[in-house]
Design a binder for this molecule. Sequence first.
Ligand SMILES: [Zn+2]
Length: 89
Amino acid sequence: MSLVVKNIMEDMVERKLDAMMPQLDVCNCEICRTDILCYALNRLKPKYVATSQGELLSKIDSLSSTFDIAIITQISAAAQVVKEFPRHN
Ligand SMILES: [Zn+2]
């Protein structure tokens, strides 16, 4: 079994952003989405796990409730910033 080292914070933020997108009232284009991800990830601590590819999803599931509030807070803040200062017109 081969293990990979992975920052699952990236996956958790991405999943949460997908779920929150409809109620964020922010532009849904690739640029804005990526900006929100980047902003949120820069303000959250990375969470590295050593896991096999097969266990990755259950790791994310079991840990995401622990980080839910922090992730939601940062995504909301990021959406505000991107809404105010979109990188495009
Ligand atoms: Zn946009």
